[in-house]
Design a protein. Structure first.
Length: 253
């Protein structure tokens, strides 16, 4: 069993919750991080059933001091930290003329600043780990150019650039940094972005060449493989798991 300790952000629902379950299923102790106590506790309770373990940390990653605080609490509780999954995201669909400075800053704070400083705060522990790994969760929006996604898309493109830069700088310490670029998935972040969630999910599925949106558990499986010690020769990679979404809609794929 994999006895490492992991942090998964945005772990109360969707891909984050599925990733926490995937890692705990491999034996890890997982700190599930997010803003909503009820959903985090539900996930942590699931993880406690084994073979791994889990505990909830309630914090707001839009706050500058949150990453260091999260890492400190994990180390105080477990004494080690080996894996980070930067999954938390801020996502709002707005046209260019509708965005405010506050909207812009909220996207950057959660989607870019928090992952950067979470890794920075964890560096001493990651250097001590026998198999340190970071996975940043991007989005197909990083390489697609759609109305209402100017700010979200640019932050996800930044995440992919950050992944490669961190991978290059941290390779001498045997800290691997990779990125998952999922296509549209049936998660609360998509359902809460519009007035008619079911119609939105159906619409997104029609845009995917393989005919449906992704499931959180199948995306989490890839995260599990990216942090697996057997992937020790993989770093700086962006793994596209999107049902063909970035190929274009089915008729042009």
């Amino acid at each position: 069993m994999d006895k490492r300790v992991a942090i998964v952000t945005g772990a109360g629902t969707g891909i984050g919750a599925a990733a926490a379950r995937e890692l705990a299923g491999r034996g890890m102790t997982v700190a599930v991080v997010g803003r909503t106590r009820s959903t985090l506790d539900e996930v942590a309770t699931d993880l406690a059933r084994g073979p791994g373990a889990g505990f909830a940390l309630v914090d707001d990653l839009s706050l500058a001091e949150a990453p260091a605080r999260v890492v400190a609490q994990v180390l105080e509780r477990t004494g080690r930290l080996d894996v980070i999954v930067n999954n938390a995201a801020h996502f709002r669909l707005k046209h260019v003329h509708e965005f405010t400075v506050e909207d812009f800053d909220a996207h950057v704070a959660v989607n870019v600043r928090a992952p950067y400083f979470l890794v920075q705060a964890a560096l001493p522990a990651l250097r001590d780990s026998p198999s340190a790994a970071v996975v940043n969760v991007s989005s197909a929006a990083a390489v697609m150019y759609r109305p209402r996604q100017t700010v979200y898309g640019l932050t996800k493109a930044a995440v992919e650039h950050l992944t490669k830069n961190l991978a290059a700088e941290l390779a001498p310490f045997r800290i691997r940094v990779n990125c998952l670029r999922p296509g549209p998935a049936d998660t609360p972040i998509h359902r809460q972005a519009v007035g008619d969630p079911d119609a939105r999910i159906a619409e997104l599925g029609q845009l995917v060449p393989l005919g449906r949106v992704g499931r959180p558990d199948e995306l989490a499986w890839w995260i599990g493989n990216l942090v697996d010690p057997r992937a020790e020769w993989v770093t700086g990679a962006v793994f596209v798991v999107d049902g063909g979404r970035t190929l274009g809609p089915p008729e042009s794929a």
